[in-house]
Design a protein. Structure first.
Length: 249
């Protein structure tokens, strides 16, 4: 009789535990969907809401690497939106950089739980890259090593991953000093386009490289191709608007 009662109690606890896990997973999926929606529509209040949701999840389950990872993405998304909305190339108010720093702290937490997460190391690279754009020279030298470490870890984990190969092209474009002539990194992005002709971000980076090289017609052509493939590519829209007004980078 006691064994039967014990089995029933354990079964009830198991069911409640499973329900709790399912509810947590559904909450995570819902918040992740809101994050993507907010990022796509540049809805900063919605993104701020997702930050709170993910940070609360992280507090409830400090051993879960996904909650701080998604919270970091949400902070990075807010910084990205602020940069896109800025009249300058990047946000000048300091708010964007605060969110970048918050993202880096959360990435550190996530990696302390799961060091070999490919997604988190890719995000770390992307966030540090933006940090470098914000701080400029000479402060950027403080972050070059961390960016390289994130890149090396991503390469170690998944060298054939398309996103990691995209990071490799970015490393060739930006990872050394002096920077190479534009043709060298552009050749790397063109290799990616041979594998995936619909990679809008590759066309965007080619456009950005040409713009930095003052080849504005080539820059416009590639930004326009970016928008053909992804009409909601906010950065391509911003850069084309800047070129049209004569305020390009």
């Amino acid at each position: 009789m006691r064994k039967t009662v014990l089995c029933i109690v354990l079964l009830i606890l198991l069911i409640f535990g499973m329900n709790g896990v399912i509810q947590a997973q559904e909450a995570l999926k819902g918040a992740a969907a809101d994050l993507e929606k907010g990022w796509q529509t540049l809805d900063i209040p919605l993104l701020e809401k997702t930050v709170k949701t993910f940070e609360e999840m992280a507090k409830k389950n400090p051993k879960d690497p996904l909650a701080p990872y998604h919270a970091a993405r949400a902070h990075f998304a807010i910084a990205d939106c602020l940069d896109i909305k800025s009249d300058k190339e990047f946000d000048q108010t300091g708010e964007g950089e605060k969110h970048i720093d918050a993202a880096l702290d959360l990435i550190k937490t996530s990696l302390s739980i799961k060091e070999n997460s490919l997604d988190t190391n890719i995000l770390k690279f992307q966030v540090i890259r933006r940090k470098i754009f914000h701080v400029g020279f000479p402060k950027l030298m403080m972050y070059v090593g961390d960016r390289k470490a994130a890149y090396n870890k991503a390469i170690e984990l998944a060298p054939d991953n398309p996103t990691v190969q995209f990071l490799s092209a970015l490393e060739i474009a930006e990872g050394g000093w002096p920077q190479p002539p534009p043709e060298k990194p552009i050749a790397e992005f063109e290799k990616l386009l041979k594998k995936d002709p619909k990679m809008a971000d590759a066309y965007y980076e080619i456009g950005y490289i040409w713009e930095k090289a003052k080849k504005m017609d080539d820059a416009k052509k590639n930004y326009k191709k970016t928008l053909e493939l992804n009409p909601n590519h906010h950065w391509a829209k911003k850069m084309l608007k800047g070129l049209a007004s004569g305020s390009g980078t």
